[in-house]
Design a protein around this ligand. Structure first.
Ligand SMILES: Cc1ccc(Cc2cc(O)c(O)c(C(=O)NC/C=C/[C@H]3O[C@@H](n4cnc5c(N)ncnc54)[C@H](O)[C@@H]3O)c2)cc1
Ligand SMILES: [Mg+2]
Length: 216
């Protein structure tokens, strides 16, 4: 049976990237996905916006929804301070195992834990099972119609604190209209839109940053 695109991405990383060098893994994926096969990594252009917001926030505990091949997990983890950690949720077992290998090649596996399963099942377990108190930073990049319900779930589970930062990919393309409707007219969030482009394409896209202001 011929290989999947994600397996081919792992092959090119394993063959071409410098082991233990996260930048070289990111470059390798970006080159492959812009030259050979498009894939839904946040990419180099939106990646720079992600970098800046992660550096400004300097989070200790990060949650990512939608690991895919691990590109944004590596992007975030490489910027985290020594004790900080990233939990990333992925329900597709093939993607989870490919991401695990790519994250190991990048050398950031000591900071990253891949939680295999549906976000709606795992988020309620974060406090008790994964010893999370509060989330400092959440990157949303999974199915777009899950952005709003999962944001509500994070609030309900008491995982957000005053200043927690949510960053959502693709709010223009493919778009996350329910999430935008929910978050922008919500007095508990302070929103900012970062205009950019769809990864590896000339198509308009954007990321939405939403800072949680607290439950009152
Ligand atoms: C046809 C087409 C292709 C690409 C685009 C453009 C485009 C550009 C982008 O940057 C995109 O992020 C996307 C996009 O659709 N992303 C969805 C990403 C899902 C990943 O997350 C996983 N997952 C999905 N729901 C859950 C869930 N509840 N719990 C746990 N894991 C979940 C999946 O297992 C995948 O690993 C699309 C538009 C149209
Ligand atoms: Mg995306």
């Amino acid at each position: 049976m011929d290989q999947s695109k994600e397996q081919r991405i792992l092959n090119t990383v394993s063959y071409n990237a410098i082991k233990g060098n996260p930048e070289s893994v990111l470059d390798c994926i970006d080159k492959y996905c812009s030259k050979s096969e498009w894939a839904m990594n946040v990419g180099d252009e939106k990646g720079l916006i992600l970098d800046k917001i992660v550096e400004e926030t300097n989070p200790s505990v990060v949650l990512e929804l939608g690991t895919y091949c691990g590109y944004s997990a590596i992007r975030i983890a490489r910027l985290l301070k020594p004790k900080a950690r990233l939990l990333t949720i992925e329900f597709n077992p093939e993607f989870a195992s490919i991401a695990k290998e790519i994250i190991e090649i990048a050398g950031v596996n000591d900071k990253v834990t891949i939680l295999e399963g549906h976000s709606e099942d795992i988020i309620p377990q974060l406090k008790k099972k994964y010893e999370v108190e509060k989330l400092d930073f959440v990157f949303l990049d999974h199915w777009k119609e899950r952005y709003a319900p999962d944001t509500i779930l994070l609030e309900e589970c008491g995982l957000l604190r005053k200043g927690s930062v949510l960053l959502a990919d693709n709010i223009i393309y493919p778009g996350a209209p329910e999430f935008i409707k929910y978050i922008r007219n919500n007095k508990h969030f302070e929103c900012t839109t970062f205009l950019s482009h769809l990864e590896y394409m000339k198509v308009e896209d954007a990321m939405e940053k939403a800072v949680y202001l607290g439950p009152e």
